[in-house]
Design a binder for this molecule. Structure first.
Ligand SMILES: N[C@@H](CCC(=O)N[C@@H](CS)C(=O)NCC(=O)O)C(=O)O
Length: 236
């Protein structure tokens, strides 16, 4: 449960809660707020204003040299810092024993689908957003390339979901990671008509109370605000 009201800037510590989450209203950020809501750890949200480049300030770079959200600090583990959303999900799953199976092969399957999201769907849909939404110059071949690749990856998910309710049978961090990107297919200009298993799964995950809560942390801006922030980041 998020314990404090969202703050802006980068406060150094808040000992009252176990996890400090540095995040923004983006797919990679939402993975972690949804996960924290699912596992029920107390956390404090520090809303990083990407448009103001708070993620490039020295105090943020000291936590993540890559200057990107999300980041967590575990106050329950010597203020251990974790960056990269996939690594954060694995860390929290291992800390709590939740959303990642113990059994070796089942665990490996979840990690495989998580890596597939981190290396595939996220980067491809991210670039589709850049060229379809944020770039002033519209380059049709580039837009088509990223949208086709995004759709191809979503089709792989659709096939995987044809015979199971969740990507690896039981709901796991792989579902959270993919859902956060797949749900924004419209923003990337990717039409998922005909991917019926994917659509059913998107709704199934969305219906989870923890997903509904975590998906609003932090709150999104309007479409034009999101577009402005997206456009401001790509040229830097
Ligand atoms: N691979 C990283 C990607 C993180 C990432 O790209 N975060 C974006 C928001 S979704 C960001 O912080 N962008 C700010 C910037 O590019 O300056 C992860 O999964 O954590």
């Amino acid at each position: 449960m998020v314990s404090n009201k969202p703050t802006h800037g980068i406060p150094l510590k808040s000992k009252a809660n176990m996890i400090d989450l540095y995040s923004s209203a983006t797919p990679n950020g939402r993975k972690i707020s949804i996960m924290l809501e699912e596992i029920g750890l107390d956390y404090t949200l520090h809303h990083i204003n990407l448009g103001q480049l708070e993620q490039k300030r020295p105090e943020f770079l000291a936590m993540n040299p890559n200057g990107r959200i999300p980041v967590i600090v575990d106050r329950d583990n010597d203020d251990f810092v974790v960056f990269e959303s996939g690594a954060i999900m694995l860390y929290l799953a291992e800390k709590t024993g939740m959303l990642l199976p113990r059994e070796e092969k089942a665990r490996s399957r979840v990690i495989q689908w998580l890596m597939f999201q981190m290396g595939g769907l996220g980067p491809m849909m991210g670039q589709a957003n850049v060229f379809y939404r944020y770039f002033d110059e519209k380059i049709p071949a580039v837009i088509a390339r990223y949208q086709h690749e995004g759709l191809r990856l979503l089709t792989v998910l659709d096939q995987q979901l044809a015979e199971r309710d969740y990507l690896c049978d039981e709901y796991s961090i792989a579902d959270i990671a993919h859902w956060c990107w797949a749900i924004s297919h419209d923003w990337s200009g990717i039409d998922i008509d005909g991917l019926d298993h994917l659509e059913t799964w998107l709704q199934r995950v969305e219906d989870r109370p923890a997903v509904e809560r975590g998906n609003k942390i932090p709150e999104s801006g309007t479409s034009s605000e999101v577009k402005k922030v997206g456009a401001s980041m790509i040229i830097r």
